[in-house]
Design a protein around this ligand. Structure first.
Ligand code: URA
Length: 239
């Protein structure tokens, strides 16, 4: 989840035999390029995705990767697990071992999981202020009533975290099924919200996160996010 930013002089001393003090001279001698441009200052920030070339040798060239997976049941939202297969086992990407998960789903929950190597992006997705709606299809053990709609909209007190959940929107689809939209991702949040009514969640499927959707993907399938999705993911939540 780390997305470290170094100053250029620290980056060079960490990744080469040159010292921090040498970097001023290397810059003056025009030996360092950042994203194809001559470096101009020892203080230039070197983030995870800046390409750094010294004397024609590439020291860093990471590409950001953003993957959307439709997670099946029984697959763990983790990168390693001794007992179950993990979401990473379902990904076939050359940089898959550098990926982390953005917003986990429980073992038996299905649906949309995001994976990336871009820590700044995943932090922004997860920030409560970003208020990206996460939509779930829920199947319950007991019949639903309109009371759920009002209570979820008002918020439910979670004693463990000492907080009240942000307004959530419930659309009742049938006696036992509903669509729930929440903007947070507290531990077992959906199950605990229905737990307020002592109503057990029998099946849970996340269909979307903001404008991103699993539509068109079979369970177990994944795809890269499109340039348009990346450009617009946060714009729907402003204001
Ligand atoms: N809420 C839950 O209870 N479980 C999930 O997997 C996701 C949200």
């Amino acid at each position: 989840m780390k997305s470290t930013t170094h100053r250029l002089d620290r980056f060079i001393s960490k990744n080469t035999a040159f010292s921090q003090a040498d970097v001023r001279l290397l810059i003056a001698q025009q030996r360092i390029f950042l994203d194809g441009m001559l470096a101009t200052s020892i203080q230039q920030p070197v983030t995870q995705f800046v390409q750094v070339v010294l004397d024609g040798k590439c020291l860093q060239a990471n590409q950001p990767v953003y993957i959307l997976l439709n997670k099946p049941k029984g697959v763990v939202s983790a990168t390693k697990d001794l007992e179950h297969s993990t979401v990473l086992d379902l990904i076939h990407h050359p940089q898959k071992n550098a990926l982390h998960i953005v917003g986990r789903l429980d073992l038996n929950t299905t649906g949309l999981v995001l994976l990336t190597n871009d820590g700044a992006w995943s932090r922004q997705i997860s920030l409560p202020e970003t208020k990206l709606p996460k939509v779930y299809e829920v199947t319950l053990e007991q019949p639903l009533t309109d009371e759920y709609i009002a209570v979820f909209k008002q918020g439910i007190y979670f004693g463990y975290e000492n907080l009240t959940t942000q307004p959530a929107y419930l659309e009742i689809l049938s006696d036992y099924t509903a669509k729930l939209s929440i903007v947070e991702g507290k531990y077992h949040q959906v199950k605990r919200m229905f737990g307020f009514f002592q109503n057990k969640v029998l099946a849970l499927h996340r269909t979307s996160v903001g404008p991103l959707s699993v539509a068109g993907l079979e369970l177990g399938q994944s795809r890269l996010l499109t340039t348009e999705e990346l450009a617009t993911i946060f714009s729907s939540t402003k204001g």
